[in-house]
Design a protein around this ligand. Structure first.
Ligand code: PGA
Length: 252
């Protein structure tokens, strides 16, 4: 049995006051949820120390980062290393989100290097993969996703890859209000699980594969009840406590 995992990706949203209000509501709601539901929130890097303080003593909600630099230290103006994140402490690091790939030019090679940096600090990489609408229409979904996975696995090796969380996020569903149907999402997750089983063996049964892309409280339950969907990576709806808690509840 895999635990369900719900991670909120706050993207470039939030302020000190807004974060405090959101965390206050989450810390009230989360203890009412099933203890097997794992929860993470990914604020902007500058807000991680604030969230870390607000969550002191609340062991149910973990902190994630939205990005990391692959180097351990050095002359990389504006960047943040995995070691710096680890100190707060950060548990999850999102890697390869489609916004990082498309808006900031992150390549599979860069994502693989970041993955290694995160794994070296004993944090959990959340490797995001996804196809564009055009790729889906050209029947390239499977080849796109598997090549995104392969390019990371060949750099990291099996052992650290098997400790990652995979997040399938069809690009056409992110922030668009268009969700993959539960059947569409399950079909992809099944392919991903099969690929993981082929390359990693038994451990693939324990790996969490999240779905992301316009998950809301009203569509979360049917998505999460699919065999190979182990929770969600939530953008827009994670900024609203009621909606995020509703999604967490749907995971139980
Ligand atoms: P969304 O974003 O839930 O707003 O579609 C998901 C994501 O980008 O992780």
């Amino acid at each position: 049995m895999r635990n369900k995992l719900i991670i909120g990706n706050w993207k470039m949203h939030g302020s000190v006051a807004e974060n405090a209000a959101l965390i206050e509501q989450l810390t009230q709601g989360v203890p009412l949820l099933d203890a097997n539901t794992e929860i993470g929130v990914c604020p902007c890097a500058i807000h991680i120390p604030q969230i870390s303080e607000l969550l002191a003593g609340h062991d149910r909600i973990h902190i994630g980062a939205q990005n990391v630099n692959e180097h351990t230290s050095g002359a990389f103006t504006g960047e943040i290393s995995a070691g710096m994140l680890r100190e707060f402490p950060v548990k999850y690091v999102l890697l390869g989100h489609s916004e990082r790939r498309t808006l900031f030019g992150e390549t599979d090679e860069m994502i693989a290097a970041k993955f290694v940096a995160v794994a070296n600090e004993q944090m959990t990489p959340v490797l995001c993969i996804g196809e564009s609408l055009q790729q889906r229409e050209q029947n390239k979904t499977e080849s796109v996703l598997l090549s995104q996975l392969e390019s990371v696995l060949k750099v990291t090796g099996k052992e650290s890859f098997s400790k990652a969380v995979i997040a399938y996020e069809p690009i056409w569903a992110i922030g668009t209000g268009k969700t993959a149907t539960p059947e569409q999402a399950q079909a992809v997750h099944q392919v991903l699980r099969h690929w993981l089983a082929t390359h990693l063996g038994e451990v693939s049964q324990r790996m969490q594969i999240l779905y992301g892309g316009s998950v809301k409280p009203d569509n979360a339950k049917t998505l999460f009840s699919q065999n190979d969907i182990d929770g969600g990576l939530i953008g827009g709806a994670s900024l609203n406590a009621e909606a995020f808690l509703g999604i967490c509840e749907a995971a139980q």
